[in-house]
Write a protein of this length. Structure first.
Lengths: 199, 199, 199, 199
């Protein structure tokens, strides 16, 4: 099946939004007024929040890139579910700034996990629409089966992180970091785990 | 008719501008200094204004995307009417910030509706130019007839919102939200309404 | 002559930079703390400076778009003269903010004209390189001859604006506005003026 | 070997991020409240830091552009090493702001050199991956050999700049400027120096 011309433009717009999201987060790294390396050191929570969120948005971009490699036609549902996903991701800089400024407090961790949960939920309808209208064949089916399941696992880990943040915010952040780690790891044994009954 | 090479570059530049507009609005969501979920809750007017404006800019992007699917050649008039549209939309972040910070006051609602009115007026010459120089055929004519009429309806609703804001700002915001809703709804019965005498 | 693949990427990067330049200027339109339309009215110098600079960056984009329509190969000189042009244009938001905040004072007008002068000077080597390596033929020669002369006229008007700003800042702003007007006007009698001895 | 479709999208996203990085640095050029040219003059350290960083990011874009001219397929390693490079470069606006605001102090110079060192280290795995999976042939081998060696030289000069900054911050800045100069200079005698045992 031929790729519709409009698909590239949806990618280009999404790239623009994701590039801006990933870059404006760094504006939260405000230069300390005090001189010396000690003053810089006090920025560690803001920096750590930035590193975590950079990894997240990078993961979303990589997944979006792979997913749109399967897109073939533009439907109204695809456009709007993509817009919904970008909306949830546009909240990441705010949640990141809050996390850094409030030093990984409980409220900040809850907000951060809630935004991550929303983004992972918003990803599913977009993927379903592309699975329905995009490339066919075994490779595509395998890809969608594995990533939809990985996405579901992410949703569950984020959801578990919410109550765990009441025990300790670091447990909540740990849940977020866990999801990041298992998405960044290369395809392989982990993916076979998610593919077991399709292969 | 072949699509001129330059058309894609106009799309790419417009994508860039719209992606930045949609993303810098989130910078207005300033992190509260106070700790806790209560402090977050006080951000609701800023957040509501952001949601409304995100929906608007997303609608403009989707319409721009569909419209440029019909563009074939670049004329001076197309370039400049596109620049005029982007100019009016570049005022959206300012109007949004004002709306959120002044809690949907009368002055803020009037400014917001005025910007929306300007943008909807600026869309018409761009569409007329693409209708004149772009793809021909029944599908294109039907598309342009329906959307020009939808655009005219939007202009009238915004214009009606201006005096209604003096009764209550929420009536003005309601007008803006009404336009958003009838653009986001899928093509169908509503569009047939706007197409009645062309079909 | 075929168009080299890399040309599009130079365009895309330039589009990104110009889209950001044009959009971040609007961040200078800071929402007034005071309520009511009167407080908005006091923003007029900032708004006027924004309108002028938007027009300028839009003109540069349109010219850049037309110029790169003639580019065929990427040379080191093309890349670096393009970077130099983008550098001078990246100073426009700063000069615009200064102009608006200092209500078109003499120092602000001088800075603004100096940035505009730098940008118009930086445009020439880029155009010369594309004239040398890009599309050949009468149409290309005519285009380059006319726009190089228009560019030279712009340089002279900006240069004249510098001493005139000491008489009155508005004379300097008038020079800047004059250049904008004669670039936005459609091709026609004005261009024939610049083409007289080539046609 | 054919160029995979996805390569262009990686370029487009990288262009977006680099365009934003290069442009948000100018936001640090904050307009002085005081009137007159004297107040502008006091901005020189911020302006100088901006010029230096603009040159750096421009160099990275030019090198990235040339390097991706050799890319043919998208691998997970390519995606993630590109993301790592963009991460290090996203710290440039912060380091630049710090350098300008603290008037090229020792701590600011050390931070700046550290960011530059990280970026030059992050470039190597990306280049190695493209050398492994991209275009083959003598021209490609020569290009990779020369630029990997130039990159190694840059790493060494930055590393030397760190202890030298304890002698004088200007020695450290001099090291950074030295690297910029030898990357901007056109290909030629200098490159032959780096190519001696391959040609």
């Amino acid at each position: 099946m031929e790729r519709q011309e409009g698909v590239s433009r949806v990618e280009a717009f999404s790239d623009g939004v994701l590039a801006i999201i990933i870059t404006i987060m760094v504006l939260e790294l405000k230069t300390p007024a005090a001189e010396g390396l000690e003053a810089l050191w006090h920025l560690w929570p803001v920096f750590l929040a930035y590193v975590l969120s950079y990894a997240y948005v990078a993961i979303y971009w990589v997944n979006h890139h792979r997913l749109f490699g399967h897109a073939r036609v533009i439907t109204g549902r695809l456009l709007w579910s993509n817009m919904a996903l970008l909306f949830t991701l546009s909240l990441v800089p705010f949640a990141t700034a809050y996390l850094g400024e409030h030093h990984f407090s409980r409220a900040a961790t809850l907000l951060y996990l809630a935004v991550m949960l929303l983004a992972s939920i918003a990803y599913a309808p977009l993927q379903r629409e592309i699975a329905r209208t995009g490339t066919a064949g075994k490779a595509a089916r395998t890809y969608h089966a594995a990533t939809l399941r990985k996405g579901l696992a992410a949703i569950l880990v984020y959801a578990a992180g919410l109550p765990l943040s009441f025990v300790s915010p670091w447990l909540g952040i740990g849940c977020a970091a866990l999801v990041a780690v298992f998405w960044i790891l290369p395809w392989g044994p982990l993916d076979r785990l998610f593919l077991c009954d399709d292969a």
